[in-house]
Design a protein around this ligand. Structure first.
Ligand code: SAH
Length: 395
């Protein structure tokens, strides 16, 4: 029997159903568990708490698979979890206008370290920790069977694998990628998705509803879309009747795909301008050129993956928000996002308020953004709430 025994009193977070066990809470392990092995977690007094995946290289020493002593952890359990996660999406999301969604969202679907995204007929599996890696073969089979997708691709190449002592891995698991690349539809807009080399699993699905909402605000406006990636907010703004959209990103590959995506949708290319540039610098260039906009989107990459990076992240957010607020015309809108897990919604609002103050701009919050319904946040796992945004109106 492989056992992980906690220090006295350290069972509190588990009793609140938080699924992580940090190394500092562990008194001792017995039975010599290897990476990804299932251990029985017991309180100092011997009481059973959970079955968890052991991860000797990580500060997060174990992650809970199951709270029920009578439920064995095996491929069948994980497959049942995946089936539930997929069924929940079917009841939550109206598929008519979208065929791309996150089917499995890690801890929030009781599958720590497992992500499955679907882009049309292509499913992408991400295996992020030692526990998930232990069951990788079973997970891959389950994705193939439960999604029925013609192609299953693996993108287990996120940085966090390094913290688990795992090497990166990506490639085909089943079938072949469509010759013209993966293609998806979201709110009626068509995108090509680079599942082999794009960011994350290829697309930022968490912003689905926010893209639509911003698009609906774009009519007649001159729009600036910063960190545009493959054009999500840009295309929604154009479809929503924007007067013009200037899109900025520092990735040439992303911009090339964004331009392709514009063509895929038969949207008027004349209203779109693209700039391959660093947003931090380009906002200053635009300021010096005297340009201004009615609607600005700031959707930067994760500046603070964990709390340790918060100060640096705060400076970054403040800088771009300050500059964007200055580029905004009176009555203009700023949709400003943060996907940093280490920056809480509260802190983000404080940073943006500081930016407005320093910019000498009066602005109010007229809306808030969060992740889409296929990115649920388990109540006992607030870390899952990483995406937040503010919709501001400049007076
Ligand atoms: N809004 C996008 C997702 C943005 S992801 C969507 O809806 O799909 C963040 C993007 O920021 C990536 O495309 C990345 O290439 C880009 N990026 C990162 N750092 C940057 C920088 N300093 N300047 C410009 N773009 C940057």
């Amino acid at each position: 029997m492989k056992l992980l025994i906690l220090k006295p009193g350290r069972e509190k977070s588990l009793l609140r159903r938080h699924p992580w066990i940090f190394s500092g809470a562990v008194a001792r392990v017995q039975g010599d568990p290897g990476p990804g092995d299932t251990v029985a977690v017991r309180a100092g007094g011997g009481e059973f708490l959970a079955w968890a995946a052991y991860s000797p290289a990580s500060q997060i020493r174990a992650r809970v698979w199951s709270w029920d002593e009578g439920t064995p952890v095996d491929g069948d359990l994980l497959r049942a979890r995946m089936r539930l996660a997929i069924a929940a999406r079917e009841r939550l999301l109206l598929p008519e206008e979208s065929d791309a969604l996150r089917l499995v969202h890690g801890e929030s679907d009781a599958l720590p370290g497992v992500v499955v995204d679907r882009y049309g007929e292509v499913a992408v599996l991400q295996v992020l920790n030692a526990g998930a890696e232990r069951w990788r073969g079973e997970l891959a089979d389950a994705v193939r069977e439960l999604t029925g997708c013609a192609c299953v691709y693996e993108r287990s190449d996120a940085d966090v694998r390094g913290l688990e002592g795992l090497a990166v891995r990506s490639g085909l698991l089943h079938g072949t990628l469509p010759a013209a690349g993966a293609q998806m539809r979201e709110h009626g807009i068509v995108y090509g998705v680079d599942v082999a080399a794009g960011h994350k699993t290829g697309f930022y699905l968490d912003q689905r509803d926010n893209r639509k909402r911003v698009g609906a605000l774009a009519r007649g406006r001159d729009v600036l879309n910063c960190f545009c990636y493959t054009g999500g907010f840009t295309l929604n703004a154009l479809a929503g009747g924007a007067n013009s959209v200037l899109s900025v990103d520092s990735s040439a590959e992303a911009l090339a795909l964004a331009r392709d995506n514009l063509q895929r949708n038969d949207l008027e290319a004349a209203r779109a301008e693209w700039q391959d540039a660093d947003v931090f610098k380009q906002l200053r260039v635009l300021r010096d050129q005297g340009r201004s906009f009615d609607l600005i989107v700031l959707d930067p990459p994760k500046f603070a993956p964990t709390a340790a990076f918060v100060e640096k992240a705060a400076r970054g957010y403040k800088d771009i928000n300050l500059l964007a607020l200055k580029l905004l015309r009176p009555d203009g809108l700023l949709a400003s996002f943060s996907c940093s897990g280490g920056v809480s919604p509260d802190l983000f609002q404080k940073i943006v308020a500081g930016a407005a103050l320093d910019a000498g701009v009066d602005a109010s919050i007229v809306g808030r953004f969060e992740g889409a319904a296929d990115h649920p946040v388990l109540l006992s796992f607030p870390e899952g709430e990483y995406l937040k945004g503010l919709l501001l109106r400049r007076a």
